[in-house]
Write a protein that binds this ligand. Structure first.
Ligand code: AKB
Length: 318
């Protein structure tokens, strides 16, 4: 991977960036991975593990300067308004999600960035998409603004690849479950909050119905996915956007799994506006193209993830 030396992570303080930056620093060297953020201060751990700078990806001049001065080879772009917040502020969601992405693509092509990694989401699908074993290439008619930005972003990635030869890559992420940093403003956030509340309160009120099934992935698999797709040999890739998944379960099955470890845990259900969003997304994903083109292979299922989450969080929240 010698031509991929310098990595920029935009939106590094968020759920995925907080785990990805340390993993990249371990592999590529701490000074070769520049973490950036805008909305909140990085944790002490993130700040002390290597370079961290303030960067607003909507400010193209500052973005140019950072990429130019640091001779960036790879950009991970995570800055985004997620699905539930996006429905409260659709215009802000469009502005941040799309205008920051086009800035990254423009700066990327002008300054010779070798790879751009931008996560798409299962939110790119909608109620007209087959909901079970959803294929890679299928109907993309989302009904949320977040989903609209994901479909538009996928098309932009394809456009920059075809028109300028910029190597753009994307994975359609399901709900991501992790213990380091809480997600914020997503529809799948209940699948993370439930673990915190099970440990702290021994009870949780879930904002989707018991029988709501969504695709999910545990953070160690997500990190592997981020690094493997970035490193994949371009000659093996026929696609630029890939379905990926780790597992699928209902909210009720998740609660039952937690109960195996915390028998006194109680769950109740009070569905809100996020139910409609969840109902518009797939229940399970066909990720065979990712498996074929870059050997995608998740390791965790609901049982092994729950064991690990409860152990890690149990120690931290003590
Ligand atoms: C959300 O719920 O908005 C995100 C996603 C599935 O992209 N976690």
């Amino acid at each position: 991977m010698s031509e991929l030396n310098k990595i920029l992570v935009i939106g590094a303080v968020g759920q995925i960036g907080s785990d990805l930056v340390p993993a990249l620093r371990k592999k590529y060297g701490k000074n070769n991975v520049i973490a950036t953020g805008r909305r909140s201060q990085p944790s002490k751990k993130l700040r002390e593990s290597g370079p961290f700078i303030y960067l607003d990806a909507l400010d193209i001049d500052t973005l140019k300067k950072v990429v130019f001065e640091n001779q960036i080879d790879v950009i991970y772009h995570f800055a985004s308004v997620l699905s539930a917040t996006g429905e409260k502020m659709p215009q802000t969601s469009w502005d941040l999600n799309i205008n920051s992405l086009i800035n990254v693509l423009e700066v990327g092509r002008r300054y010779g960035v070798k790879r751009i990694i931008w996560p798409s989401s299962i939110a790119a699908f909608g109620p007209t998409t087959p909901r079970e074993n959803t294929p890679n290439d299928t109907i993309l008619q989302p009904t949320t603004m977040y989903g609209v930005t994901k479909v538009s972003g996928e098309l932009l990635l394809e456009y920059y690849y075809k028109k300028y030869g910029l190597d753009t890559r994307s994975m359609r992420l399901p709900g991501i479950i992790s213990s380091e940093t809480l997600p914020g403003g997503g529809t799948t956030d209940y699948a993370v909050a439930i673990y915190y509340e099970a440990i702290k309160q021994k009870k949780y009120t879930c904002f989707v119905k018991e029988n709501t099934v969504l695709p999910m992935m545990y953070m160690p698999d997500c990190i592997k996915c981020m690094i493997d797709l970035m490193e994949a040999d371009p000659s093996t890739l026929e696609h630029h956007v890939f379905n990926v998944t780790g597992m699928s379960f209902s909210a009720g099955e998740l609660a039952a799994e937690i109960k195996k470890h915390i028998p006194e845990f109680e769950i109740s259900y009070a569905p809100d506006f996020r139910q409609e969003i969840a109902d518009s997304w797939p229940m399970s994903i066909d990720d065979s193209l990712a498996r074929k083109e870059w050997n995608w292979q998740p390791s965790y299922d609901l049982g092994s993830m729950t064991e690990d989450m409860l152990e890690v969080l149990g120690k931290r929240l003590k």
